[in-house]
Design a binder for this molecule. Structure first.
Ligand code: NAP
Length: 281
């Protein structure tokens, strides 16, 4: 009898996490997903353990429970995360900044630190962190989300060097717009300012239109499974055509070309906050 590898996917109650968990099952893994609501989040076809990645005790408890049930962990997919709806940098409080880092970055760090002792004992393991193409090509008006995903990139690259020595590999997946509940689950800026209302509303429309035409989560999930199963995993995988195009632009085009592409795609030079004089050239 072949023993199935054990996978843990955080944030598997919806979207990319849920589809990834199902694809991993189809690929032969025994999969545990997580949600802050645990099994109350429904029955997606795999066990949903209770986890809030912002809570140290919750992270310790979920890894302990998995190891009690299975005795090992072969794959961790750090997927739990959220965004903040388009807003100017001044429209988020420091508390809001801390919270998005606590989830998107420190949540991943907590999970990594919790599984590493077991993976090192096994001399084997895979960690896949869900970043974003915004973690390599930062966009305006989503600065905090972009910064949290840049942190994921930097941490993942450092970690992969460090852990390779122990037989553990780390990859980061970089999707662009993906059709999930992400937009509905995004937080609103907690310090909205009147003068930014028109630009906020315009950018929210642009993002909604992009989300309506976005890639299905299956595209991202397939890349995750490919990275998990590769015998020579890469550090970075883009997922979907737009993400691949942007990553190529970032890598090969002069900075001025990317600068222009970002400003044009968000029509930044046609909208100015009310009462703002300088045009910042
Ligand atoms: N959709 C996109 O356009 C896009 C693009 C690039 C990258 N991403 C990234 O892909 C990942 C998945 O997002 P998605 O698009 O699938 O969005 P989603 O449908 O909103 O799923 C987010 C998942 O994260 C979980 N989550 C949120 N906060 C959590 C916390 N504090 N502790 C534990 N779990 C938490 C949610 O679970 P519960 O609410 O049940 O706890 C949910 O299952 C995120 O890291 C996101 O940044 C998304």
């Amino acid at each position: 009898m072949t023993v199935k590898p054990i996978a843990l996917v955080t944030g598997a109650s919806s979207g990319i996490g849920r589809v990834t968990a199902n694809k991993l099952i189809a690929a032969g893994y025994r999969v545990y997903g997580t949600s802050r609501r645990g099994s109350q989040a429904g029955d997606p076809g795999f066990p949903l353990l209770t986890l809030d990645v912002t809570e140290d005790d919750s992270v310790t408890a979920v890894v302990r429970e998995l190891l009690q049930r299975e005795g090992r962990i072969d794959l961790l997919v750090n997927n739990a995360g959220y965004g903040i709806a388009p807003a100017a940098a001044e429209e988020s409080s420091i508390d809001q900044a801390k919270h998005i880092f606590d989830t998107n970055f420190l949540g991943m760090v907590r999970m990594v630190v919790a599984v590493l002792p077991q993976m090192r004992r096994q001399g084997k393991g895979r960690i896949i962190n869900i970043g974003s193409v915004i973690g390599i090509v930062p966009l305006p008006y989503v600065a905090l989300y972009a910064a949290s995903k840049h942190a994921v990139e930097g941490y993942s690259e450092s970690l992969d060097h460090e852990l390779r020595t122990y037989g553990i590999r780390v990859s980061v997946i970089e999707p662009a717009y993906t059709r999930t509940d992400f937009e509905n689950n995004s937080q609103l800026p907690d310090l909205p300012r009147e003068e930014f209302a028109p630009i906020r509303s315009r950018l929210t429309d642009i993002v909604s239109q992009a989300m309506a035409k976005a890639d299905e989560p299956e595209i991202v999930a397939e890349v995750i499974v490919q990275a998990a199963q590769s015998t020579r995993p890469r550090l970075r995988y883009t997922a979907g055509k737009l993400a691949t195009r942007l990553a190529l632009l970032r890598r090969f085009a002069p900075a001025s070309v990317l600068d222009k592409a970002v400003r044009n795609s968000l029509q930044l030079d046609t909208i100015k906050p009310k009462g703002h004089k300088a045009d910042g050239q």
